[in-house]
Design a protein around this ligand. Structure first.
Ligand code: AP5
Ligand code: NA
Length: 345
């Protein structure tokens, strides 16, 4: 980092979740009718998962939650604390303490809404070989309300930021908060970034996603998420480039700043789609022995991207830093890093 950035230049909203991660046999997934690469919300029948992981599978506890992951990674790369502000809802318990401690250690400025009688959210990360299946029990995270953003000190943080990032996951929690942040970004002509987050968002939360999309300047997603969006829109082609072009062409509030789509595809090149152009950014493939787990790769990609975007760097630099950050996180358990960042423009 060369110059000092404004504190709180980046504001994010999401679900603060503690990940409970363990290697499990396939029949564990089968027992809960889950697939190897799912990302789902827990229903009543999934509730025993968390206890079982802790009691029988030597589960590890890791700070998670998609947006908080991305912001932690951005902070790590920036090496300047409090560039990013995070809003989300937690309970008043030990898990909330762990999340806050990890976030603050990374330099993140967290402003949790606290709900006394609800436990902090957790996400089961079920690892089977190179696959991971996620089952999020949002709990307190689901109780986020817009009045938290309307508290004067929090409102000031939102008003003073220059960049805004919210996950698609947050659409299941509080669309009015998303629309308020989006409207602020729009009124101040500041970039508003979102993520498709998981196929189930397009499948079941398309209405609030479509309401927010006109405000979105940059939309992130992976292959499966882009395909799910296209299917939900009944678009004829499953080709990622075509999907990207249609995504950027959808209605936009501020046509002077055309929408950009950034689609990741694992170890295949990242696609940058702007109006009619599609550019590819190669990914440095990791050797099998270097891979610990890919959990958090997509979130880390966004974190690396944001760390450069808030410095006004070109999209080319932002995407290369996204790939750098994702590659680093893959060599570490969950969405964690080790040592000092080594990204060079
Ligand atoms: P998870 O879905 O595991 O994390 P992710 O960040 O989305 O990572 P993925 O591994 O799914 O990556 P991707 O498919 O998005 O990206 P891609 O493979 O294209 O979820 C993690 C977190 O989600 C958890 O902490 C959990 O708490 C949270 N969560 C779950 N449910 C939630 C909810 N309801 N609300 C909030 N949070 C929730 O890869 C991206 C980039 O990685 C590539 O561009 C590349 O740079 C790199 N890369 C990928 N594969 C390779 C490779 N083999 N070699 C080199 N680089 C690679
Ligand atoms: Na990892």
């Amino acid at each position: 980092m060369t110059s000092t950035l404004q504190e709180g230049i980046l504001v994010g909203c999401g679900n603060p979740l503690l990940d409970i991660s363990a290697v499990v046999p396939l029949n564990f997934l089968q027992k809960y009718s889950m697939n190897e690469d799912d990302a789902i919300l827990a229903e009543d029948r999934h509730m025993p998962i968390y206890g079982e992981l802790v009691e029988g599978y030597q589960a590890e506890f890791l700070a998670g939650g998609s947006v908080q992951n991305s912001l932690r990674i951005a902070q790590w790369i920036l090496r300047q604390p409090r560039v990013a502000v995070f809003f989300g809802c937690v309970g008043e318990d030990r898990y909330a303490g762990i999340l806050k401690e990890k976030a603050q250690a990374a330099g993140l400025d967290v402003h949790y809404q606290v709900k006394r009688d609800v436990p902090t959210g957790t996400c089961a990360v079920l690892i089977t070989g190179t696959h991971r299946s996620l089952c999020a029990n949002l709990a307190a995270a689901n109780n986020f309300t817009i009045d938290h953003l309307e508290e004067p000190s929090n409102k000031a943080l939102v008003d003073n930021a220059q960049y805004y990032y919210i996950s698609g996951f947050f659409l299941t929690v509080n669309p009015p908060s998303i629309m308020q942040v989006a409207a602020t970004a729009h009124a101040k002509q500041r970039p508003f970034l979102m993520n498709l987050s998981a196929p189930f968002i397009s499948q079941f939360y398309m209405a609030p996603l479509l309401a927010a999309l006109p405000y979105v300047d940059i939309i992130f997603g992976n292959e499966a998420e882009a395909q799910a969006f296209a299917e939900a829109q009944q678009w004829p082609s499953g080709d990622l480039r075509e999907i990207g072009k249609r995504l950027v062409a959808m209605e936009k509030k501020n046509p002077a700043r055309p929408r950009i789509a950034i689609l990741t595809q694992g170890c295949d090149p990242v696609l940058l789609i702007q109006q009619d152009s599609v550019q590819e950014f190669p990914v440095t493939k990791l050797a099998v022995h270097e891979i610990v787990d890919t959990n958090g790769a997509g979130d880390a990609f966004v974190g690396g991207f944001l760390s450069q975007f808030v410095q006004g760097k070109s999209l080319d630099v932002c995407i290369r830093c996204g790939n750098y950050a994702a590659g680093h996180i893959i060599k570490n358990p969950g969405c964690t890093y080790s040592g000092e960042p080594e990204f060079v423009e």
